[in-house]
Design a protein around this ligand. Structure first.
Ligand code: TPP
Length: 268
């Protein structure tokens, strides 16, 4: 399994989807891709032919405005026909702009209103313990999303309940909707804060497949937080670290350039 190639395919789908529907959030989606491909193609116990499998691992994209990334990953994995991606965020299409768990198989939680995914993931992790299932729950939040107080309630709650089957992944791309995260509300020192709340904390490069896999498979006796340093817009040169790609969608020429780069770019 070639995670580099899979991630490129997912990125190509993302830019095509967002160009076709004139949608925002290309940068948001692109920063998550290498973690999503690792989870869905290497780490998680899931079955695309049986999405409701009882003993499955679950992933929640709490930053639901990055929906194009999860839809593209699920279709790449075979949960549904890639043709459906063409109906992303347009009238008559079945894939809404923010994540909708009723739209297609494989989306575990509807999201888009920030700050709720971790609490929902905690509920799932507790349910697994009650049902004596040893499955894991993974929740990805944006760094800006950590400005939401509800996330910190969940961060307090999980260790109290010894949820070693829960992983929080912070997609730390350093940008959010209205500027740089450290200028809006600085999260630092994030590692120490999460440790103080009694989480097992690992810091990684969120585009390095080895580091991603090592962090996701590390066994802990507490809830685990992975601080993944990522690049907003990763993989498309003119989108990388450019705040404006939170909002803009690629025009025809930009789409062409993005697709060329994603085909030929020498990765990492
Ligand atoms: C409760 C709530 N408040 C505000 C918004 C508007 N909003 C959409 S995206 C965004 C910024 C999110 O930044 P971050 O979590 O860092 O995600 P990124 O796009 O950088 O990956 C905001 C404030 C929202 N979706 N939900």
């Amino acid at each position: 399994m070639d995670l580099v190639q899979i991630s490129k395919n997912i990125r190509r789908s993302i830019v095509k989807m967002n160009a076709k529907s004139f949608a925002s959030h290309s940068g948001t989606a692109l920063s998550t891709v290498d973690i999503l491909s690792s989870l869905y193609f290497k780490i998680m116990n899931i079955d695309e032919n049986n999405p409701q499998l009882k003993n499955r691992d679950k992933f929640i994209l709490s930053k639901g405005h990055g929906s194009s990334a999860l839809y593209a990953t699920l279709s790449e994995k075979g949960f549904f026909d890639k043709k459906l991606l063409e109906g992303f965020y347009i009238d008559g299409g079945i894939l809404p702009g923010h994540l909708d768990k009723e739209a297609v198989p494989g989306v575990e939680v509807s999201s888009g209103s920030l700050g709720h995914g971790l609490s929902i993931g905690i509920g799932m992790a507790i349910a697994n313990k009650v049902d004596k299932l040893d499955n894991n729950v993974y929740v990805m939040c944006g760094d800006g999303e950590l400005n939401e107080g509800s996330v910190w309630e969940a961060i307090m709650f999980a260790p109290q309940n010894k949820l070693n089957n829960l992983t929080l992944i912070v997609d730390y791309n350093k940008l959010q909707g209205y500027g740089k995260t450290n200028e809006v509300i600085n999260l630092e020192p994030l590692n120490e804060k999460l440790k103080a709340f009694n989480w097992d904390v690992i810091e990684i490069n969120g585009h390095d497949f080895e580091e991603i896999e090592k962090s996701l498979t590390k066994v802990t006796n507490k809830p685990k937080a992975i601080i993944a340093h990522t690049i907003k817009g990763k993989g498309v040169s003119f989108m990388e670290n450019e705040f404006v790609w939170h909002y803009k969608s690629p025009n025809e020429e930009q789409l062409k350039q993005a697709l060329e780069e994603l085909l030929w770019e020498i990765y990492l």
